[in-house]
Design a protein around this ligand. Structure first.
Ligand code: PMV
Length: 329
């Protein structure tokens, strides 16, 4: 029996600047300690077998008769498509045709704006490369994951694969600013999932129509969001947690004012604040999906309980500088 190799990669959280980033304002994202794990073993066949523990679903394809173009027709299960592409792209890049058994075990809730598919791709690429005796650089891992995401998501920004590969903070601005910044401490946070599904493009369109109707007001709000990002960046780098919390609250208010919050997001935000969080805001597109709260270590469980009793699913975690990594096998 061949040896197993295990790699893990973190989820991403947009901390500040969602929506305004669409209008070429800056935004900040960070890696969080919810991780996707890929367990890879080389087999003596030409089969790629992928099993997702989270979905309890298995797919397989033979390397002898598959191309990137024919993969989409062969794989009925769209949730496993990104990892299939990541696998194929990695093998093509390495010029290898070895069979693999891949098990995915992820702590990241899917379709919640936390970059779950990029994290699964990044951890899988790393584990495959080590199982086959290569040591791919992070730049190559990130770009292979980006290419896999492009097939599935159309025009991804590149933030999810970058955060998941390198960890820490990312400052980004369209069209091509993507700056990696260190994070000196692990900041404790609680994510609250509303479990309400939403479509990013619907929310982005809502903001655009408001901007077209009331440009003089909405432009000022988007500008204010950009100022918040710059203030938050200094606060994060200097670890001024109370300031970070206050800036989160202001950002949530501005996001609410442009119509992208949701009654349940607001309930979770206010229940977290009542339980002692330093700040709370929605993250990502809004309209459902997730919020997060920054808390002192002592209040974390109270904040998580408050989110739970308000009907959300809490995830106690932290912002982290740990990117893709090998785990003990
Ligand atoms: O919820 P997500 O991960 O799809 O994030 C959306 C972020 C937006 O700023 C609303 C859109 C974008 O393309 O940046």
């Amino acid at each position: 029996m061949n040896k197993y190799y295990i790699a893990s990669a973190p989820a991403k959280l947009i901390l500040f600047g969602e929506h305004s980033v669409v209008y070429s304002k800056p935004a900040i994202a960070a890696a969080i300690n919810l991780r996707a794990k890929s367990i890879v073993r080389v087999t003596n066949s030409h089969e790629i077998e992928i099993f997702s523990k989270n979905y309890n679903s298995k797919i397989s394809f033979n390397l002898k008769n598959i191309t990137e173009e024919s993969l989409i027709k062969k794989i009925g299960n769209p949730t496993l498509l990104p990892v299939c592409y990541a696998t194929l792209k990695t093998l093509n890049y390495l010029g290898e045709q070895k069979g693999l058994s891949i098990v995915i075990d992820s702590q990241i809730p899917p379709s919640a704006g936390l970059g779950s598919s990029a994290a699964v791709s990044v951890s899988t690429i790393k584990a495959i490369s080590i199982a086959l005796n290569y040591n791919l650089s992070n730049d190559i891992i990130s770009s292979l994951a980006f290419n896999a995401e492009k097939i599935v998501h159309g025009t991804p920004s590149g933030i999810d694969n970058t955060v998941s590969t390198y960890g820490g903070l990312i400052y980004f601005k369209k069209p091509d600013t993507l700056r990696r910044l260190p994070l000196s401490v692990e900041l404790p946070i609680v994510i609250g999932n509303t479990n309400i599904s939403r479509q990013t493009k619907t929310l982005v369109a809502r903001v655009r129509s408001l901007l077209e109707k009331y440009p003089s007001v909405i432009n000022r709000i988007l500008d204010a969001m950009a100022v918040l990002v710059e203030l938050a960046l200094s606060a994060l780098q200097e670890n001024r947690t109370e300031d970070i919390g206050s800036l989160m609250n202001i950002n949530h208010g501005l996001l609410t004012s442009i119509g992208v919050s949701h009654k349940k997001l607001d309930l979770l935000v206010y229940s977290a604040l009542s339980a002692g969080a330093l700040g709370a805001k929605l993250t990502g597109a809004g309209g459902g999906g997730c919020m997060f709260a920054l808390s002192n270590k002592t209040n974390l469980n109270a904040v998580a309980d408050a989110i739970k009793s308000t009907g959300g699913t809490p995830y106690v975690t932290s912002l982290t500088s740990k990117g893709v990594a090998l785990e003990d096998s």
